[in-house]
Design a protein around this ligand. Structure first.
Ligand SMILES: [Fe+2]
Length: 176
């Protein structure tokens, strides 16, 4: 059994390999967004005032939802076309629903309530799980199956879709 450090090192190597192989494509971009979301979540966890929490949460919420919805709309449907990536699409759907549910729970908890900390811890766990699966398992397979040209085309489609989703999310009514 590999220990946690070995697991982390091998995960980082897989992610680095994917990022290198598809640096100009959609998977490199998605990995970069994972890093940005992780940094925002770290700042959110250490924020001390309700105002700061609300501001950071609004930002990370918008980024996570647009990332998931962009992936679901433009990236994962392509996985269904190939034998090697077909199962990945179904697994990712379930994962994306869990993240949306964790976000709804945080919306309901409110930045100054007692339910905030456990709800945020749950979202962080869900996001870490999502990142780990995509970077260690899904993306390396998908990059080699789809190839550079399709990965590049998907990047453009993903980015356009993400912009649309960001605008839609900004218009959605929220409890706070
Ligand atoms: Fe992702």
């Amino acid at each position: 059994m590999p220990n946690r450090l070995e697991e982390r090192a091998s995960k980082n190597m897989a992610a680095a390999k994917t990022a290198k192989a598809g640096a100009g494509g959609v998977f490199g971009k998605l990995i970069q967004e994972h890093e940005e979301a992780a940094a925002l979540l770290r700042r959110l966890r250490t924020s001390t005032t309700a105002g700061e929490r609300q501001r950071l949460y609004a930002e990370v919420r918008q980024q996570l939802l647009a990332h998931e919805r962009g992936e679901l709309a433009e990236v994962y449907p392509v996985f269904v076309r190939y034998e090697a990536t077909r199962q990945i699409a179904a697994a990712h759907d379930a994962n994306a629903r869990q993240i949306e549910a964790a976000i709804r729970a945080l919306d309901a908890a409110g930045a100054d309530g007692t339910a905030w900390e456990p709800a945020l811890a749950r979202l962080v766990t869900m996001v870490e799980h999502h990142v780990d699966e995509e970077e260690r398992e899904y993306f390396p397979v998908a990059q080699s199956v789809l190839g550079d040209e399709l990965s590049q085309a998907l990047l453009e489609r993903y980015q356009a879709r993400k912009q649309t989703e960001l605008q839609l999310i900004a218009k959605e009514s929220r409890p706070h």
